[in-house]
Ligand binder design. Sequence first.
Ligand SMILES: C[S@@+](CC[C@H](N)C(=O)[O-])C[C@H]1O[C@@H](n2cnc3c(N)ncnc32)[C@H](O)[C@@H]1O
Length: 324
Amino acid sequence: MTVDDSDEASWSQFWASGSLTAFYGQSDNYSPEFIAFWRDVLAEPVDRIIDLGCGNGALTWIVDEIVNQPEATTEICGIDLAAIEPFAALKKDRRDYPKVSFFGDTSITAMPFETDSVDIAVSQYGIEYSDIVSVLPELERVLKPEAKLAFIMHDEQSAILSSMGYTARGIEFLFQSGGYYDGLFRLDKIQNKKKNVKKLQADPEYRKTVRKLQQIKRSVEGFPPPLRDFLMQHIKGTNRLFAKGLPLKSQNRRHLIKKRRRLLEGTLTRYSELTQAALSRAQYENLIGQVEQEGFTLVQSGNFMHKIDSKTTTNMGWILVAER
Ligand SMILES: C[S@@+](CC[C@H](N)C(=O)[O-])C[C@H]1O[C@@H](n2cnc3c(N)ncnc32)[C@H](O)[C@@H]1O
């Protein structure tokens, strides 16, 4: 899969907003299962590790913590096509990460590393966003003869895909014609025309719009928890723009409503990219075949299953670990 210029701009904007992972608003890093997986993969000391499609470095920081404690000895380079600046976006001090560097505006199909200079290529929900077929020859060039690959990739059947799909449908609900956002713009217009709160509250159009918005809020309150919480947080943030009843400097408010809407549009764009990036079983098996053709032996493969409780596990994507 490949990203076009608008996708690239959308990712650049997303990472600049300071999110650590691609899951909207998440400020913590990935769960303990991910860390355990990477600890296992990165048990041997090496000179250089590269993180493909690193975003704000969710995996890069994990790798640094695993391999560069107590002494920083392994160089770790994150590469991403977006204009990333993880140190600035996450307010991290470079001096605390002496061996970590990032290459933004850089495609993993043409990397700034010498031939035979990389020990391990890792990726967490990154490599599948690019055209994997063109990445493999470039990986073949930069990797040392004895090297390792370790990827966690989206599976079109995973729990991540279904939960993001659910969120996308929730957002579309707010975007419906005559729905939440149309209501907000109408309310803004009505409030701008009124000079005092009493007249505003007596206005039938105002009352109708407020009733409609309350009805939408009640529907959202009835959604299941993670989606409800995500959308209610958004609705509460947007409602604050109307909190004072009649703030008439509302050119400003209109602009702020549009800005809030763009946040959700960004989530929809990332969902659409996610569905394009996610690998079917056939695509995953094809990738394994290509990796084996490059002389690698498969060490670990299949679904990345997380245990929810003693009876339930959930599929978090495909894993591929190979070495030669
Ligand atoms: C879902 S994000 C993954 C970020 C990160 N690995 C994480 O776990 O948070 C996918 C990333 O792949 C990047 N990407 C897409 N095509 C790329 C390419 N050809 N070269 C480098 N990065 C690419 C996007 O810009 C985006 O930041």
